[in-house]
Write a protein that binds this ligand. Sequence first.
Ligand code: NDP
Ligand code: MG
Length: 363
Amino acid sequence: MKKICLLGATGSIGKSTFELVKKNPDKFKIVGASGHAHFPELEIIAQEFNIPHLLNTKESFDYADFLKKCEPDIVLNAIVGFTGLKFSIETLQQKIPLALANKESLVAGGKLLMQLSQENKTPILPVDSEHSAIFQCLNTSPHTDFKKIILTCSGGPFWGKTKKNLEKITIAQALKHPNWSMGAKISIDSATLANKCLEFFEAMHLFGASKNQIQIVIHRESIVHSMVEFPDSSIIAQLSPPTMKLPIALALNFPKRENYNLPRQIFSNLDLSFRTPDKKVFRTLELLEICTEQMQNFPIVFNAANEIAVENFLNEKILFSQIFDVLEQTIHETKLENPDSLEKILEIDKNARVLAQKFIRKL
Ligand code: NDP
Ligand code: MG
């Protein structure tokens, strides 16, 4: 029985986790959970799941103390955005294994988190489906270096559209992902492909990959969740129907593989397609190249400008296509800096947000 502390319990990953736990009460028990704006809803769910410890992050709170009281075997960080970083750090500092959905943590604080994980001998288990796939592929040959990571990407709701088409996108259209049902922020990120850029940085940190070792490939069906090529040119892929419950269960229960009663892949009449992404339409990919060329503070700036742009799009302050403009302008104004401490990371993030807001006011 795994005792879980679930951060971001009121979100989409949180909901999938509750469903998984409900169907597998002999394997998982939630001993602590956090909620933000929807905390009152969490209080109701907590009665059904008999959760002893709750954290309301909308009010003043002490996560370090909360974690000590929960005494979990593992923390699942499913909070959205940069704000999740401090929770990831504290979890690793207390030497509690971290199942990580909050990719922004790794994008902004990758070096710090990987270092903490190593020093404290505490694992970071990826929950993001692509990274879970890569992690599984790498585990087939644990002592062999890999040649390349093939990071698959569904292409989101606007794959095949022209640059002109993207000017007239509504919020409802952007939120409607063809294969996954997710929170608002990651849904917009999937529509601009900023999500794939964040995942690129995430993979660089998690697997120690250089930018030349990762290739983004459009795979509309979301069945191959990513692949790894080895030195002998063999390629290992991980396949399954698109449900987050599988990577969540794997991270929570690693290295065990059990029957969680999840949907199974049927191989009759199945076509799998792979295409090269269009960087001219999805300009986030061009910006990714600039950022991976520089690294240092650039991923933090990319993430911060993106969070501001998405928030403003969802509040109807900017158009969909202007998300690309905000990112582009913020990154072009960025000078190389070394994010060598948490204080520096926080400062870089804050300054990038101010800069992005300044561009938005001028639009
Ligand atoms: P949601 O928006 O559905 O949920 C976000 C969660 O974070 C909610 O519980 C929310 O609380 C909480 N939260 C929001 N702001 C704060 C804050 N300032 N402090 C603390 N908690 C906060 O997002 P998702 O579940 O879709 O995604 C969560 C993370 O997982 C993201 O980083 C995303 O990129 C990643 N991920 C998600 C996938 C998916 O399929 N959904 C797939 C792969 C990765 P409340 O609602 O109460 O305000
Ligand atoms: Mg993903």
